[in-house]
Design a protein around this ligand. Structure first.
Ligand code: NDP
Length: 247
C-alpha cells in the first residue's frame, strides 16, 4: 500500500519543496507514495509551479492538487471530501515575515495572524481526521518555528527570530500539537510540531539573515524527522535536523 501525504499550503516556499521531494520519491519508489498538495488558486497549479523545467514539471504532474484557503470552511470541507484515506498531514500554510513588535501590533492584525496561523491549521486538522483515521501512519505535522519557543524567547535578551504576533501564533500552534497529541493518542495518532530553521523563501527572506538555508536542506531534514516519528516521540518539538527544541 502506498503512503499518502497531504501538504496544506504548497504553492511556494517550504510547502512546494515538500511536494517536490515527495514527488521525486514517488518516481524513485515506483508509485509508492501518493502526494496531495493544496493551493489557494487551483488555476496556478501545477503549470505555474514548474519554473519551466521539464523534470520538475514531470514531478509536479504526479501530484494531486486541491484548492483550499485555510480560512474558508467550505473549501476545506470540499478538499477533505476528495481524500478518502491519508497517512501524513503536513500543515504548512501560514503568514509571517514581518518584523513587528507586539506593542506596535493592532488588534485586527493580531486577529489576522491568529486566523491564518492557528484557526486555519486547526480547521484543516479537524477536516482531515476521518481520512487520517483510515490511514496507517496517522501522523499530523504542524510546521511551527523556534520563534514560538517560550523557553528560547524567555531566555533571549533580544527577540528570538521573527517575534511579535507571528511568534504568538507559533507558540499557540505548539500548544495545539500537545493537546491534540494527548486527545488523539488512544486512536494511535502521532502529532508533532516541526521547526524548519531559517529558510530562504519569500517569508524567510523578508527578514534579512545571511544564515538562511536552502529550502532543499530544511525540507530534506524535516522529511527524515517525519519518517522517524513514532508514538513515543509524539508531542515533541523537533528542529529540521532532528534535535529537540525546548517548549
Ligand atoms: P511562504 O510565505 O514562502 O509560503 C507560505 C505558504 O502558505 C504559501 O504557499 C501560501 O499560499 C500559503 N498560505 C498562507 N496562508 C494561507 C491560507 N490562509 N490558506 C492557504 N494557504 C496559505 O512561507 P514559507 O514557505 O517560508 O513558510 C512555510 C511554513 O514554515 C510556515 O508555517 C512558516 O511559518 C514556517 N516557517 C518558515 C521559516 C522560514 O525561515 N521561511 C522559519 C520558521 C517557520 P499563497 O501562495 O496562496 O500565498
Amino acid at each position: 500500500m502506498p503512503t499518502s501525504y497531504l501538504v496544506a499550503g504548497a504553492s511556494r516556499g517550504i510547502g512546494l519543496e515538500f511536494i517536490r521531494q515527495l514527488a521525486r520519491q514517488q518516481q524513485e519508489e515506483d508509485d509508492d507514495v501518493v502526494v496531495y498538495g493544496t493551493v489557494r488558486n487551483l488555476e496556478k497549479a501545477p503549470a505555474s509551479l514548474t519554473n519551466g523545467s521539464s523534470s520538475q514539471e514531470a514531478e509536479l504532474r504526479r501530484v494531486k492538487w486541491l484548492q483550499l484557503d485555510t480560512n474558508e470552511q467550505s473549501q476545506v470541507d470540499e478538499a477533505a471530501r476528495q481524500v478518502d484515506e491519508l497517512d501524513v498531514l503536513i500543515v504548512n500554510a501560514a503568514i509571517g515575515g514581518e518584523d513587528l513588535d507586539l506593542m506596535d501590533t493592532n488588534p485586527s492584525l493580531l486577529s489576522q495572524y491568529l486566523q491564518n496561523n492557528v484557526v486555519g491549521p486547526h480547521r484543516i486538522i479537524l477536516a482531515f481526521l476521518d481520512a487520517l483515521r483510515k490511514g496507517k501512519q496517522k501522523k499530523i505535522i504542524l510546521i511551527s518555528s523556534r520563534s514560538g519557543s517560550m523557553d528560547m524567547q524567555a531566555k533571549s535578551q533580544q527577540k528570538h527570530g521573527s517575534a511579535g504576533p507571528y511568534s504568538v501564533t507559533k507558540a499557540a500552534i505548539n500548544m495545539c500539537a500537545i493537546q491534540l497529541a494527548r486527545e488523539l493518542k488512544p486512536q494511535g495518532f502521532i502529532v508533532n510540531p516541526l521547526s524548519p530553521g531559517w529558510v530562504s523563501t519569500d517569508m524567510g527572506n523578508k527578514i534579512v539573515n545571511d544564515k538562511a538555508m536552502p529550502v532543499e536542506q530544511s525540507v530534506g531534514g524535516m522529511l527524515n524527522v517525519i519518517r522517524s516519528l513514532t508514538l513515543e516521540k509524539s508531542a515533541t518539538f523537533y528542529h529540521y535536523d532532528g534535535s529537540v527544541v525546548p517548549w
